[in-house]
Unconditional design. Structure first.
Length: 280
């Protein structure tokens, strides 16, 4: 059997149950950080995602340079950084591979297709998980930093427009002649988007002084190794989220997407805590 210590931001699986119970009882009423530090000292925080892991003290509003930022910037950073990094995982592990295969470009089109259910102009997935989040973070910052982040956001939007143009009208069930330049153009758009995300992440790392956001390396045989985040853990997270979406049916899929981006996705059907996933 397994025992999970659950805080608002961290889920730890399969620790030593006796040590964990003593730490929890001993620290009853203490702050989350004090409890986690106690668990660190006892060495019980192991086994996240079924593999050895190092103890983690989640970032708080007084860490790094956050105390020097406007309150709204601190709130936005702590709320959105995890989902934005998870979106970057999608960008490198999924989107990049889809763009290499024109038979999968129908799925690319769905990423840029807005959900206008009942006349409501809901954002498409790229807007919801990338550009809208980038906009929220940028608007919360001081003017100088906001300008840098807005430039990166606009560069990312231009890159996505290039992908949309290259892949438009090409689907597996629609036989059309594919221009020889389509794949290079799509991959160029992906790389320009990668550079824009890196600029945005670098601005976040500089202003917060935390260097938590991991930039995306260029395509190549060592790309995943250089990125330093686990494709296996990403695929496992994606699988569990999909199972939860299926339980709720298509009507709830939009709500699940909003929960992912806002950081309020709960562990109601086995989804690992996003902060535990974030710290790799």
């Amino acid at each position: 059997s397994s025992l999970a210590f659950t805080s608002p931001l961290l889920v730890v699986k399969n620790p030593s149950s006796s040590l964990l119970m003593r730490a929890c009882r001993k620290n009853e009423g203490d702050s989350r950080r004090e409890v986690l530090n106690s668990l660190i000292s006892t060495g019980v925080m192991t086994g996240i995602f079924g593999e050895p892991s190092y103890a983690i003290t989640p970032t708080g509003p007084d860490d790094g340079g956050l105390s020097n930022l406007p309150p709204e910037a601190v709130r936005s950073y702590l709320q959105y950084r995890m989902s934005l990094q998870t979106s970057a995982d999608f960008y490198i592990f999924d989107l990049q591979e889809l763009l290499k295969d024109p038979s999968e470009w129908g799925l690319i089109g769905e990423l840029f297709q807005a959900n206008n259910n009942r006349g409501q102009g809901n954002p498409n997935r790229i807007e919801r998980e990338f550009t809208n989040t980038m906009r929220i973070l940028g608007l919360s910052m001081s003017p100088d930093t906001a300008d840098e982040m807005r430039d990166a956001q606009f560069a990312f939007e231009r890159a996505m427009a290039k992908i949309t143009k290259a892949t438009a009208g090409i689907r597996r069930d629609l036989p059309v002649e594919i221009d020889k330049n389509a794949i290079p153009l799509a991959m160029q758009g992906w790389d320009e988007g990668r550079l824009a995300l890196n600029d945005f992440f670098s601005s976040l790392n500089a202003i917060t002084g935390l260097k938590e956001m991991k930039t995306l390396p260029p395509a190549g045989t060592t790309q995943y190794q250089e990125y330093g985040r686990s494709q296996r853990r990403y695929l496992e997270l994606k699988k569990k989220i999909k199972l939860c979406q299926n339980r709720g049916g298509p009507a709830l899929s939009q709500a699940w997407g909003q929960l992912m981006v806002s950081g309020y996705l709960q562990d109601s059907c086995g989804i690992p805590d996003l902060e535990a996933y974030f710290y790799q």
